[in-house]
Design a protein around this ligand. Structure first.
Ligand code: CTP
Length: 406
C-alpha cells in the first residue's frame, strides 16, 4: 500500500466514529488518505478529527471554491488509486447505485476510474430491505467490492447483519486490492503465545509470553499477501484482519493443530513459547493443600517446531530463539540442531522482549546473518517477513536450477 492514494468517503452512520481509526490503519501501511465527507457524516464526526489523523484538509462540498481551486474534483477523482466508502450508509448505497451526482462524494465516485469498495453499516432491517439488497446487487454486478458487513450487536440495540467491519480488517482488505505482496499466493502457518499445561482443573503452568510477536508476524505475512493461519495459545490479543485463527491451550493441542494445518503450507513460523515440560499427570480434581510440600513430576512436551522440521514434506521452517546470553552462538547451534531454515533470535531476561512492545532481532540463515534494529514488534515482523520471502524466492530459484544442472 506504500504511497497509494486512498480516497476515503465517510457517509452518515454511527460507525463513522470508527473511521478516524481506519485512516490511521491505512496510513500505517504507507497509504496517503484523502477524506471526503457527506453532510450526514458531519452529524457524527467533525472534519477536524479527520484532518488531524489524515494530515490533509477534508473535502466536504462540491461548491467549495477555495478547495476546488487547490484540487478540482475531477483531479481528485483521478488522484485516487482506490475509493473506499466506510461507512457506506443505505442512502449513499442507493445514490451510488443510481448514479447520483448530488454531492461531492457521489460525484467523485461517478467521475473516477479507480476501483470502488464499500463497507456498509446500517440497521439490520435496512440492510435486509429489498431496496438495499437490489442496490447492493446492482453495485456488485458493476464490480464494486463489498467489504462486510459483519453481524452482531448494533448501536440501535438490535442484533443482526449491518455492522461495519473493524478498521483493521478494512485496512487489511483494502491492502489486498493492490495485491502483488512478497508472499502473494503463499500459505503461512504461525504459532504464537504461551501454552498452558494443566496441573489440576483450576491450575496450570505457563509463561510470560504475550503472543505480540507472533500476532505481528501473522499480520505482516498477511500484509505481504499470504494466506495466514495463526495457531494461538491463550492470549488477550485481537486477531489481525484477514488472518484465520485457531485457539489452543496446551503444547499437545498446539502440535495437533499445527500438523492438521500443515498440508499446503509454504512457511511455518514458530513464535510460540511452548512449555518444554508438563505435569506427567493432570490431577482430575483440585489438589488440596494437605501436605507441607508438593512435588510435581514433569515430562517433556512434544517439540512442535522440531516435529515439523523433521518431516520429509516440510515447508520452509522458521524458529525463534529466546536467549539470555551468547545470543548468536546459541541461536546458530539451535538452527543446526533443529534443522531450521531460518532463526530469529532475541535477548530475553531483565524485562527484555517478553510482554514488551519493542524488541530487536538477529536473523540467521544457513549462510547469512541480518540484524533488525530495535523497533516495535510490527516493524520487526515486517522485516522478518521480507527476509523469509527472500529466502523462499532463493529456494524457488535453486529448485528451478536443480534439474537443469542434473
Ligand atoms: N518450540 C516448539 N515446541 C516446543 C518448544 C519450542 O515449537 N515444545 C519452538 C518455539 O516456538 C521456538 C523454538 O522452538 O521457535 C525455540 O526453541 P527451543 O530450543 O525450545 O528454545 P528454548 O526454549 O529457548 O531452548 P533452550 O531451552 O534449549 O534454551
Amino acid at each position: 500500500m506504500q504511497g497509494k492514494h486512498i480516497l476515503l468517503g465517510v457517509t452518515g452512520g454511527i460507525a463513522a466514529y470508527k473511521s478516524p481509526d481506519l485512516v490511521r490503519r491505512l496510513r500505517e501501511r504507507g497509504a496517503e488518505v484523502q477524506v471526503v465527507m457527506t453532510a450526514a457524516a458531519r452529524e457524527f464526526v467533525t472534519p477536524t478529527t479527520f484532518q488531524a489523523v489524515s494530515g490533509r484538509a477534508v473535502r466536504c462540498e462540491l461548491w467549495d471554491a477555495a478547495a476546488e481551486a487547490a484540487m478540482g474534483h475531477i483531479e481528485l477523482a483521478r488522484w485516487a488509486d482506490l475509493i473506499l466508502i466506510a461507512p457506506a450508509s443505505a442512502d449513499f448505497i442507493a445514490r451510488l447505485a443510481h448514479g447520483h451526482a448530488d454531492d461531492l462524494l457521489a460525484t467523485l465516485c461517478l467521475a473516477s476510474a479507480a476501483p470502488l469498495a464499500i463497507a456498509p453499516a446500517m440497521n439490520q432491517l435496512m440492510w435486509t430491505n429489498a431496496a438495499t439488497r437490489a442496490n447492493v446487487a446492482l453495485l456488485s454486478a458493476r464490480g464494486v467490492r463489498l467489504l462486510g458487513p459483519a453481524a452482531g450487536d448494533q448501536a440501535c440495540g438490535e442484533t443482526g447483519p449491518g455492522r461495519m467491519l473493524e478498521p483493521l480488517e478494512l485496512a487489511e482488505q483494502a491492502a489486498t486490492q493492490f495485491g502483488g505482496g512478497a508472499l502473494a499466493g503463499r500459505r503461512v502457518l504461525v504459532s504464537a503465545g504461551p501454552t498452558r499445561e494443566r496441573i489440576d482443573p483450576v491450575r496450570f503452568i505457563s509463561n510470560r509470553s504475550s503472543g505480540k510477536m507472533g500476532f505481528a508476524v501473522a499480520q505482516a505475512a498477511r500484509e505481504a499477501g499470504a494466506q495466514v493461519v495463526l495457531v494461538a495459545g491463550p492470549v488477550t490479543l485481537s486477531t489481525p484482519g484477514g488472518v484465520d485463527r485457531i485457539d489452543v491451550e496446551s503444547a499437545a493441542d498446539m502440535l495437533q493443530a499445527v500438523l492438521r494445518e500443515l498440508p499446503g503450507t509454504d512457511v511455518f513460523i514458530a513464535t510460540a513459547a511452548v512449555a518444554d515440560y508438563r505435569p506427567a499427570q493432570a490431577a482430575p480434581h483440585k489438589i488440596k493443600k494437605t501436605s507441607a510440600t508438593l512435588e510435581l513430576s514433569m515430562e517433556r512436551t512434544a517439540d512442535v517446531l522440531g516435529t515439523v522440521a523433521a518431516r520429509a514434506d516440510r515447508p520452509l521452517v522458521v524458529g525463534f530463539a529466546a536467549e539470555t546470553e551468547a545470543v548468536e552462538g546459541n541461536a546458530r547451534a539451535k538452527l543446526l540442531k533443529k534443522n531450521l531454515d531460518l532463526i530469529a533470535a532475541n535477548e530475553v531476561g531483565h524485562d527484555k522482549a517478553f510482554d514488551s512492545d519493542d524488541n530487536q532481532l538477529l536473523v540467521l540463515t544457513r549462510n547469512g546473518r541480518h540484524e533488525l534494529p530495535r523497533a516495535d514488534k510490527l516493524t520487526l515482523a515486517r522485516g522478518l517477513v521480507e527476509l523469509i520471502a527472500a529466502e523462499l524466492a532463493a529456494r524457488g530459484q535453486l529448485r528451478k536450477r536443480g534439474p537443469a544442472r542434473a
